[in-house]
Design a binder for this molecule. Structure first.
Ligand code: NAD
Ligand code: WQD
Length: 340
């Protein structure tokens, strides 16, 4: 059984990926400081998989983490690195915290990989690396425009750090960077989902929090964009489809076919959904009326972003199966269960 270190394993995407890894016969060890999560998620993982995952609660940005990793985790077959801070807005207010946490953690993980000669690495990147994308749909070859936030810049710099390290490494080490578009939804069992310690800002949790009454109403940010209904277009991808892609990326790294030291894959559905369409999907599938108002644009939002996902489909064998209605159904069921 191959052993995989998952950093940020208590978080939203990390926890769903752990489930998929276990269901595909990997042994998992997690490192998560609970900076934006809690240990409760491991109960949900155990209920779904029957496996109790060990988590080591260390801060990966701290210098001591390298020794902790070597001593407490030791040699593993691969690392999937989710641990990072992810709020665009907070990163503008606290840029140094973002550079310290996101780049410091990555630096220690790469040193650990180097010192322990760990063959396979998967990095959580983001569509934010493309900045104000110059073409749609966005392909992996779309050139990076300047990042629109310090958070976005940490992801761009992370990818450069990874390329510099892997292109000059003398060992047979390989990496894949997965660029997520808009992850959303919850595991179809509704035993795990998104439960950030920090307030939600993304559209889908804002919708479910409004529907359950945690928020009185929500605002559609902008209805005067040059899109089919005036609201912004994004590419929402179900978190379980996203999780599956990590297992497939590991398989790719393990196969002899992967010759490049670093490769990059867009993970989106390849289809744009407007904010108003997303709200309509929520209302339709859950038979609810959402209390929302049409408001002004949010600073920094782009009119439309969606992925060309053909590379992940062709080379990873990825077949996303959930649409926006599944996302809205699972997100709502999770909100109801986790709010009790
Ligand atoms: P999350 O906040 O739910 O999970 C991240 C986890 O990492 C949290 O449990 C947090 O406690 C942990 N963590 C953060 N810093 C740490 C540190 N220094 N040491 C140890 N643990 C630490 O976020 P998520 O949505 O699961 O995102 C996972 C990754 O995917 C992140 O790298 C994020 O930037 C990236 N990403 C997320 C999205 C999204 O919209 N959710 C989109 C694109 C990329
Ligand atoms: C989606 C759409 C909003 C809330 C962010 C990061 C990106 C990546 C994914 C990490 C936009 C609209 C939202 C609300 C609204 N994360 N909206 N009312 O901004 O596309 O991407 O998360 O890497 O880097 O920037 O996602 O969910 O915040 O917004 O109308 O209350 O929903 O304007 O059009 P975004 P989002």
């Amino acid at each position: 059984m191959k052993k995989i270190l998952v950093t940020g394993g208590a978080g939203y995407i990390g926890s769903h990926t752990i489930v998929d890894l276990i269901q595909n016969n990997y042994q998992v060890i997690s490192v998560d400081s609970y900076l934006n999560s809690s240990e409760d998620v491991f109960e949900g993982i155990a209920k779904i998989t029957g496996v109790s995952v060990k988590n080591i609660p260390i801060d990966l940005a701290a210098t001591e983490s390298l020794n902790f990793l070597k001593e407490q985790v030791g040699k593993v077959d691969g690392v999937i690195h989710f641990a990072a801070l992810k709020s665009v807005e907070e990163s503008v207010l606290k840029p140094l915290s973002y550079y310290q946490n996101n780049l410091g953690s990555l630096l220690h993980i790469l040193k650990y990989i180097e010192e322990m000669a760990i063959p396979h690495f998967i990095f959580s990147s983001s569509c934010t690396v493309y900045g104000e994308a110059t073409e749609l749909p966005v392909t992996e070859d779309t050139v990076f425009s300047p990042a629109t936030s310090p958070y976005g810049r940490t992801k761009q710099i992370s990818e450069y750090m990874i390329q510099d390290f892997y292109q000059n490494s003398n060992w047979d080490l390989k990496a894949i960077s997965l660029r997520y578009f808009n992850p959303a939804g919850a595991h179809p069992s509704h035993l795990i989902g998104e439960s950030p310690a920090n307030p939600a800002q993304n559209l889908v949790p804002v919708i479910t929090e409004t529907a359950i009454g945690k928020r009185k109403s929500m605002t559609v940010y902008g209805t005067d964009y040059p899109t089919r209904d005036g609201s912004c277009i994004r590419d929402y991808v179900h978190v379980s489809d996203l999780a599956r892609a990590h297992t497939l990326a590991l398989h790719k790294l393990e196969s002899t076919k992967n010759t490049r030291p670093v490769d990059f894959f867009n993970l989106g559905m390849g289809q744009g959904v407007t904010v108003l369409e997303a709200i309509q999907a929520f209302e339709k599938v859950n038979k609810l009326k959402l209390n929302y108002i049409l408001g002004p644009r949010r600073l920094g939002d782009l009119p439309a972003v969606y992925a060309d996902n053909s590379k992940a489909i062709a080379l990873l064998g990825w077949k996303p199966i959930y649409n926006i209605e599944h996302i809205m159904k699972d997100a709502w069921e999770w909100e109801k269960l986790s709010t009790k």
